[in-house]
Design a protein around this ligand. Structure first.
Ligand code: SAH
Length: 258
């Protein structure tokens, strides 16, 4: 009898011990998860702060320092989060003074080149711009900060669709992305106040010259893959007379054809 009356007590205390242990472990797991996610959020915030600082330094050291002086261009370069256009694997290189791979064998141009090509287009806030070579969508985003509307064409569907999604996510509502060969421009939206080609053409595509508006500007790298390429500025005067001017040597991925 004595033995029997002891057993339920022992059983009860073992049960409550187990319940307490389970509860403590569960609490530990939950609070740990909470901590981890809070720390994750904090890390993400720290990253954003770091990227913003890197972006500020990029503008000062790589861009303003080398002579880009247009305040609107500098502001756009400081505002657009370049790292969000770069695949995660290469994100830590986002603000380096160099082009960075974006997949499909393509690259996003060096920050200075993006700023220089943007500045030379002398954009007004009601300009209509055409870009050939959307790539990551970054250059289009910079242009969209300074112009009224940007039309951009990308020949690699994977890149074009990714850029489109990214630009939408970021709330750009004045950029239209089309998948296709940009050689023939985008006649439905021509004429353009400014045209920027971000892949090197063997020769300047005539359809692009035709789609420049009077007083329009076009910047385009020209030259074969194994040749020295030149950045060429083309301007039309008010009477549509075309003038070409060589700016400096550059290296771009080639303009391919469909
Ligand atoms: N402006 C881009 C950099 C692009 S690299 C950025 O900010 O990220 C050049 C891009 O031009 C590549 O994505 C390449 O696929 C694209 N391209 C090459 N030939 C093209 C063509 N004929 N029409 C449209 N895009 C082309």
């Amino acid at each position: 009898m004595k033995k029997n009356s002891m057993e339920p007590k022992l059983f009860a205390s073992i049960t409550s011990f187990v319940i307490i242990v389970v509860a403590v472990v569960a609490l530990l797991i939950i609070s740990n998860r909470g901590m981890a996610s809070a720390m994750g959020d904090k890390n993400a915030m720290l990253n954003e702060e770091t990227f913003a600082l890197q972006r500020k330094q990029m503008v000062e050291r790589q861009i303003a320092n080398r002579g880009v002086a247009d305040e609107r261009v500098l502001e756009a370069m400081e505002t657009v989060p370049r790292h969000l256009f770069i695949p995660e694997d290469f994100r830590s290189y986002s603000y380096f003074d160099q082009p960075v791979p974006i997949g499909y064998g393509q690259t996003i141009s060096q920050p200075y080149i993006v700023a220089f090509m943007t500045e030379i287009l002398q954009l007004n806030k009601d300009d209509i711009v055409l870009e050939i070579g959307t790539g990551s969508g970054y250059q289009a985003a910079v242009l969209a900060k300074l112009a009224k509307q940007v039309y951009t064409i990308e020949i690699v569907a994977g890149l074009g669709n990714r850029a489109k999604k990214q630009l939408q996510t970021m709330g750009f509502d004045n950029i239209e992305v089309k998948i296709g060969d940009g050689y023939n421009g985008w006649p439905e939206h021509a004429p353009f106040d400014a045209i920027i080609v971000t892949a090197a053409a063997e020769k300047i595509p005539q359809p692009l010259i035709d789609q420049m508006s009077p007083s329009g500007r076009m910047i385009i790298p020209v030259g074969g893959v194994f040749e020295i390429q030149e950045l060429i500025l083309i301007t039309k005067d008010a009477s549509s007379k075309v003038v070409k001017e060589s700016i400096f040597p550059v290296r771009f991925v080639p303009l391919t054809r469909q």
